[in-house]
Design a protein around this ligand. Structure first.
Ligand code: ATP
Length: 237
């Protein structure tokens, strides 16, 4: 479904990603694991066309999307749950969800918009309870659920998640894992970047290691959990 081919990018003279190639198949949950500063957010931002790649090519469902805008990507079926959630803190839960309709707003009927919001409320019932509460007053876990709900408004085939577990307590991480599993059961494909190996290797079928901007390993999660280096560096065993 998604193919990132030999992508390099950076910020001005600072090179961050070096010849990165990854793929995600339809229906998979894939994690890219890496420490602070490895380039995880840069990779997600490059895939969602918030950053240029030079050189490199990004394919989605067989189509070259390298030259498209972020808005066009959302319309094609790729939505992002950004690092730090990036919610509109002084707007309500309902209003934040509604803004997730933005890219497809003109092509979506009022009935469909309501259906999509109700779909998010069914999947994430806490959002229904909090629908009139300002996003900035939600707990971290609730905010993460709202960020996921907002991404779902675009009816994505592929959901990109940038460190969804960041700053969350273990019990709240379990809630987010349940949500991701439900998304997968509903046929969504998920690519997440994370440093929390324990949680993300449980969720994902396949994983890449990104270190200093390079992919240094790709394995099934089950295999990676038993890898001596991963156990020592990422799992603290
Ligand atoms: P973290 O887990 O801390 O979010 P990350 O793996 O997501 O890290 P990135 O945020 O992609 O890493 O950053 C990769 C490198 O690029 C870092 O060295 C960072 O300092 C640098 N970098 C990130 N954003 C910018 C920017 N806007 N301008 C210059 N350098 C940047």
């Amino acid at each position: 479904m998604l193919e990132v081919r030999n992508v390099s990018t950076g910020y001005g003279a600072i090179k961050v990603l070096h010849d990165v190639s990854i793929h995600v198949d339809k229906g998979e949950t894939v994690v890219i694991l890496g420490p602070n500063g490895a380039g995880k957010s840069t990779l997600i931002r490059t895939i969602s066309r918030l950053m240029p790649c030079n050189p490199g090519q990004i394919m989605f469902n067989g189509k070259d999307i390298t030259g498209l805008s972020t808005e066009e990507l959302v319309q094609l079926g790729i939505a992002q749950v950004p690092e730090g959630r990036r919610l509109f803190r002084t707007l309500t839960v309902y209003e934040n969800l509604f803004l997730g309709l933005y890219a497809n707003y003109d092509h979506t009927t009022a009935k469909r918009k309501e259906e999509l919001i109700n779909f998010a409320f069914d999947l994430l019932p806490i959002l229904k309870e909090r629908r009139n509460q300002m996003a900035g007053t939600l707990s971290g876990g609730e905010q993460q659920q709202l960020a996921i709900g907002r991404a779902l408004m675009a009816e994505p085939q592929l959901v990109l998640m940038d460190e969804p577990f960041l700053g969350l307590a273990p019990l709240v991480i379990n809630t987010i894992c349940d949500v991701v599993n439900q998304l997968r059961a509903q046929g969504k494909t998920i690519l997440m970047v994370e440093q929390n190996a324990r949680a993300s290797l449980k969720l994902a079928q396949r994983a890449y290691l990104l270190e200093l901007g390079r992919i240094v390993a790709e394995k099934k999660s089950e295999e990676l959990k038993d890898d001596e280096y991963v156990r020592a560096v990422y799992l603290g065993k």
